[in-house]
Design a binder for this molecule. Structure first.
Ligand SMILES: Nc1ncnc2c1ncn2[C@@H]1O[C@H](COP(=O)(O)OP(=O)(O)OP(=O)(O)O)[C@@H](O)[C@H]1O
Ligand SMILES: Nc1ccn([C@@H]2O[C@H](COP(=O)(O)O)[C@@H](O)[C@H]2O)c(=O)n1
Length: 417
């Protein structure tokens, strides 16, 4: 077994394992010896006596390969596993230790399916950077134990499975910086550069970057960003503002990246978010050029990139988001800061009505906003928590003309236009 895997297993007892049940993480740990009465953690409470459970943790040293493998693994397992295997997202981490998160899956094998599942897992473990553990119940049904899959036939070292307290931070928060949200162009570019061989389009994207950046340069004219969930009226308002103010209208991601956007939308979060992060810097360069001649209106910018990334990385209620004022909500030091960011807010029912009447195709995240109320609430709250500049909320429910008038009032008050 590779050295880093050995180290990982030696420190098993300091790790917490989390399994997603009904969009909320449940936690358990392992101990070499049980102290006190055995209590089966609730992840196992509905598992039948004859069933076995397995966990698969992705342990690649290279994060691009690891994230892509983790992403593809779900599809592979969903197609190969027999029905009823109860595939769930899982992770393992050391509480409060940044960068300690390992992602993977947890599954349940019904008694009759064991040999099929074991064949799939053996094949996976032999060919891929994945660490598989199996879980079985003691004869009296009181205790679950975990052992490494590759050891299970010979001389298994069994760990007792114990419930674990809910940690202070959602596990994803530990790996969020520079995995989901990038705080410098260099960090985002590093990820894209590593993808050059597997995603050839990356070279064209990087080729669009300006040769130098100056985030401190103060634009001559105001730069106003319009943010909001899909169908809140950003396109309608930005076009009207352009006409009313004689402004230039830009968007992020910029037009020059449109040809490759769909390609990156199919990639796992690490690569997809790096693409959108880089898009903001290309738009920033366009802003710098245009804001020397006229006011600039921007349809989505940094707030969208960070808010969607943060809200997707965590699961469950808004309380699972990083706390208000946390480092993840800061503005990247090397990215141009707009003069004003207006966040369009809209009642969910009215937003749905506008979506239906528009009838365009939706991205996976837009679909998710519709079906998953908690996801929508997390995106909205993340928007509000991002600072430097923070959003100014504007009720987008009145008529398009009234929303325009309100936006103009805000702009005149804050940007002296
Ligand atoms: N104030 C308004 N009142 C009623 N309908 C509106 C208003 N503003 C926009 N709409 C309509 O709502 C729909 C969505 O608006 P729009 O395309 O401007 O939203 P958007 O935020 O740009 O969406 P996306 O982010 O998905 O591109 C459109 O059909 C538009 O005509
Ligand atoms: N600056 C941006 C803009 C967009 N995104 C991502 O795109 C999706 C929404 O884009 P629409 O074209 O549908 O408005 C959304 O899911 C964001 O993930 C971004 O990250 N950064």
């Amino acid at each position: 077994m590779a050295r880093h895997l050995k180290l990982l297993v030696q420190r098993w007892s300091s790790r917490v394992f989390s399994v997603e049940v009904d969009a909320a993480p449940r936690y358990f740990g392992v101990r070499e010896q049980l102290r006190g009465e055995p209590v089966p953690p609730d992840v196992f409470s509905e598992v039948q006596k004859q069933d076995r459970c397995y966990s698969l943790l992705v342990c690649s040293g290279d994060r691009v390969t690891g994230d892509r493998f983790h992403w593809e693994l779900r599809d592979r397992l969903q197609t190969q596993l027999p029905p009823g295997s109860g595939l769930r997202s899982m992770s393992s981490f050391i509480p409060d230790q940044k960068g300690s998160l390992l992602k993977g899956y947890f599954l349940q094998s019904r008694a009759g399916n064991s040999s099929l599942i074991e064949d799939i897992l053996t094949d996976l473990e032999q060919r891929n950077p994945v660490l598989v553990c199996s879980y079985s119940q003691s004869e009296d049904g009181q205790q679950w134990t975990q052992c490494l899959w590759y050891q299970s036939e010979e001389n298994p070292v069994r760990f007792c499975v114990v419930p674990s307290e809910t940690p202070k931070h959602h596990p994803s928060v530990l790996n969020m910086i520079n995995s989901d949200v990038f705080y410098s162009l260099e960090e985002a570019c590093d990820v894209l550069k590593q993808c050059g061989d597997i995603i050839p389009e990356t070279r064209s994207v990087l080729g669009m970057l300006p040769s130098s950046l100056d985030a401190r340069r103060k634009p001559d004219f105001p730069v106003i960003v319009i943010e909001g969930l899909d169908a809140t009226g950003k396109t309608t308002l930005t076009e009207s503002l352009r006409d009313s103010l004689g402004a230039t209208l830009l968007r992020s991601p910029p037009q020059c990246l449109s040809a490759w956007r769909g390609r990156f939308d199919r990639e796992p979060p690490l690569i997809r978010r790096a693409f959108y992060a880089v898009g903001n810097y290309i738009t920033a360069e366009q802003i710098n050029q245009e804001a020397s001649k006229s006011p600039v209106i921007v349809d989505r910018f940094w707030h969208s990139t960070a808010a969607y990334a943060i809200a997707t990385a965590v699961t469950g209620p808004v309380s699972n988001l990083p706390h208000e004022g946390a480092e993840v909500y800061r503005w990247p030091g090397d990215l141009l800061q707009p003069s004003l960011v207006i966040l369009l807010t809209l009642d969910p029912e009215e937003r749905k009505r506008r979506l239906r009447s528009r009838g365009l195709m939706k991205t996976d995240e837009e679909e998710e906003l519709d079906h998953n109320k908690l996801f929508r609430l997390r995106v909205e709250e993340a928007y509000r928590r991002i600072g430097g500049p923070a959003c100014t909320a504007l009720d987008a429910s009145p008529s398009a003309d009234l929303v325009l008038q309100q936006a103009l009032l805000l702009i005149r008050a804050k940007c002296h236009l």
